[in-house]
Design a protein around this ligand. Sequence first.
Ligand code: MG
Length: 287
Amino acid sequence: MRLVSHSEGIGRIEGDEVALLDLPYRDLGACLAAGGVESCRDATVRKRLPLGEARLLAPVPRPPKVICVGINYHDHVEELRSVLGAFEAPKEPVFFFVPSSAVTGPNDPIYMPEIAPGQVDHECELAVVIGRGGRDLDASTAWRHVAGITMANDVSARDVQAKAMGGQIFELSHAKGFDSFKPMGPCLVTMDEVELPLDLEISCSVSGTEYQRARTSALVFDVPTCLALISRYVSLEPGDVVLTGSPAGVGFFQGRFLVEGDVVEVSGEGIGTLRNVVEPAAKRGER
Ligand code: MG
């Protein structure tokens, strides 16, 4: 199934339509918390909307946790090495948390933070959504805890990130947790439609120019390995979203940061495209 969250409830994508389902959940997050998305398979349809006109929300608009894995593509390690010199890839997955208030929809604006508008950057990433919670997961069975996959843009303010990495502020999440900095969607592709081992093409373009393209088979640490490690630190809960890391091509290494009016398109094979326009902080009050 390809499932969506919409202001009127949960839907299945059927062809070029969104079939809104007769289920009592406000969004897929509530559905996952209530036991999982299998009820979406046979639910009756109460309304149909043209997919192109449906204003979709992030699949899980307010996840219990958003967990981001960093430095997890070999070409991104090379990119870092080219600037930093002797940079070694992590020996095990490295991760951090961002607030769920940063999550935004697949067609919503990315707002420049007033405090740090100068070095806002994109990172296209495959994301997994937890279906069944757990702790101390075994990598060999970790996929069983995943409800499905979606796309995310791990938008980052690099000047704030530099302060965090230089020890001037404590939290990497300050750089990556601004409101609207985690566009997600457009849909949740349930695991029955996902071929394993995972080998999907992901890409990112900014105002028509492609900056990132990679296959998820090039991850340093695959999804099960990441989930196993993360769940040794924190319990995973239904609706948690784990971003799996960005491949090479982020603006920081291209000398090109996002500017107002840019259209950032993050795509994932079989998942769809996030299309977010960059807007100034001042516009936030108008919505
Ligand atoms: Mg990232």
